[in-house]
Design a protein around this ligand. Structure first.
Ligand SMILES: [Mg+2]
Length: 311
């Protein structure tokens, strides 16, 4: 696959401070920029790539491998029946909350009800169906799979951790559920801000107590389907740490043979923040599979939190 631009993996110059500064620092209510971008503008000359698009790509790529116990790296990235699942719907719901300062519970419910058949867990489905159910002490990885946009929306790590918690606790108020969301958001934030892998690994291990001194190759042998934060968030971060680019991070995560779409989503999220470049084919495949209203959220989020590839 051809890379999206001439940007090299470590040319993470993030010439975005203007866009991020103006938008996120104040957190004022700002309407999203009008989205005029049709597919035609996402050509090979695209100079921006939408934040969180690799998270969505990881979800779509993993969607056909969930519970399939895939234990290899060489699989076709996008298949005919590859589709976005709950990870994408909830990721964009959180992005919408950040864009418009919408409340998390009501917004997650609205998105979940609009896309009801996307692989939600049982407890989350019951929460979606209720108008007033509170959090249910979950430590499932739902809090971590939806959080990546938070890593783009703030300038300080403390703010990212606070917002990650806020996005989690409407459903996932168990300490491990909150921790999983904070770990992914922090990893995205640190990667975006130019931390190297050693620093990201050290911070996440120290702060959250995850064992990141492992490699995917070893983990893969005995790994089984696990939808808890503590049983999939560290592994997704390791997939990123072991990777060489966005695609390999997603492949490594999915090759564990576990909760493939969610691990692909989380690994892709951190990898994109770190490497910046996302293959153009991946971008195109994602857009081809999203609905217009989800595309509009992704585009609005890009307008606000651009990642320039050629800065
Ligand atoms: Mg899913």
């Amino acid at each position: 696959m051809a890379p999206a631009s001439a940007s090299t993996a470590h040319e993470r110059s993030f010439g975005t401070s203007g866009a991020v500064d103006g938008a996120a620092a104040s957190r004022e209510h700002v309407e999203p920029a009008t989205t005029t971008a049709g597919l035609g503008t996402r050509s090979a000359s695209l100079h921006y790539t939408p934040p969180v698009i690799a998270a969505i790509a990881g979800d779509i790529i993993g969607s056909v491998h969930e519970r399939a116990h895939l234990k290899r790296m060489n699989f076709k990235l996008f298949q005919k029946n590859s589709r976005f699942t709950d990870d994408t719907v909830m990721t964009l719901a959180v992005a919408d909350c950040l864009l418009h300062r919408r409340p998390y519970a009501a917004t997650l419910r609205a998105y979940g009800r609009r896309y009801p058949d996307r692989g939600y867990g049982g407890m989350f489905r019951r929460w979606l169906a209720s108008d007033d159910a509170g959090p249910y002490q979950s430590f499932g990885n739902g809090s971590a799979m939806r959080v990546s946009a938070v890593g783009y929306a703030y300038h300080r790590l403390g703010e990212v951790l606070d917002e990650a918690r806020a996005s989690a606790i409407v459903t996932h108020d168990h300490p491990e559920g909150i921790k999983g969301a904070q770990a992914i958001a922090a990893a995205v934030f640190l990667a975006r801000k130019g931390s190297d892998k050693r620093a990201i690994k050290a911070y996440i291990s120290d702060e959250f107590g995850y064992d990141l001194a492992r490699h995917i190759k070893q983990i893969r042998r005995s790994y089984t389907f696990d939808v808890t934060c503590q049983g999939s968030v560290p592994e997704a971060i390791i997939a990123f740490l072991d990777s060489t680019d966005v695609e390999s991070a997603i492949r490594l995560g999915i090759s564990l043979g576990g909760d493939a779409d969610t691990i692909g989503c989380m690994a892709g999220a951190v990898a994109q923040a770190y490497y910046t470049a996302v293959p153009q084919e991946m971008v195109d495949e994602v857009y081809a599979r999203l609905t217009p209203d989800l595309t509009a959220v992704l585009d609005a989020f890009m307008e606000r939190y651009k990642i320039r590839l050629d800065a």
